[in-house]
Design a protein around this ligand. Structure first.
Ligand SMILES: [Zn+2]
Ligand SMILES: [Zn+2]
Length: 121
C-alpha cells in the first residue's frame, strides 16, 4: 500500500488522521474534534480523487477572475459619442447581450454628467 493510499480523514471535520494501519478494526481518534473514526484506508481510495480535484478547482477560480477582469474593462471603455445633455464628446459605454445572440445587443452609454442612455444594435 502506498503512503498516500493509506490516508484517513476524520468523518466529522475532515482532519487528516495519523497512524493508519490499513486495518478496518483500528479506531483513530481525531486530534481536532476528538471523534473516533474507523480506519477506512483499505476501502476509501483517496489517491484517485484528491490530486485531480484540487487543480481543477484552482482552474475554475482563475477563469472566474479573468471573466471579472474582462467585465471591468468593458464598463470602463470610452467611445467618441456626444452627450446630448452636456455636449461632452467622450462617454463611457458597455454592451450587453439581452436575449439570444441573433437578436443583437444593447449599448449603454454613461456620461460623466450623469446622463445615461442606450441604443439597440
Ligand atoms: Zn475531527
Ligand atoms: Zn453629459
Amino acid at each position: 500500500m502506498s503512503v498516500i493510499g493509506s490516508l484517513v480523514f476524520c468523518t466529522d471535520c475532515g482532519n487528516l488522521l495519523d497512524g493508519s494501519t490499513g486495518n478496518e478494526k483500528t479506531i483513530l481518534v481525531c486530534d481536532v474534534c476528538g471523534a473516533s473514526c474507523r480506519d477506512t484506508s483499505s476501502k476509501v481510495v483517496v489517491t484517485e480523487s484528491k490530486p485531480t480535484a484540487f487543480p481543477s478547482a484552482l482552474r475554475a477560480k482563475r477563469s472566474e477572475v479573468q471573466m471579472l477582469t474582462e467585465a471591468d474593462m468593458e464598463t470602463d471603455a470610452v467611445i467618441k459619442q456626444s452627450c446630448e445633455k452636456c455636449g461632452r464628446e467622450e462617454v463611457r459605454y458597455y454592451t450587453q447581450q439581452l436575449r439570444s445572440a441573433d437578436e443583437g445587443s444593447t449599448v449603454f452609454y454613461t456620461c460623466e454628467c450623469g446622463h445615461k442612455w442606450n441604443t439597440n444594435n
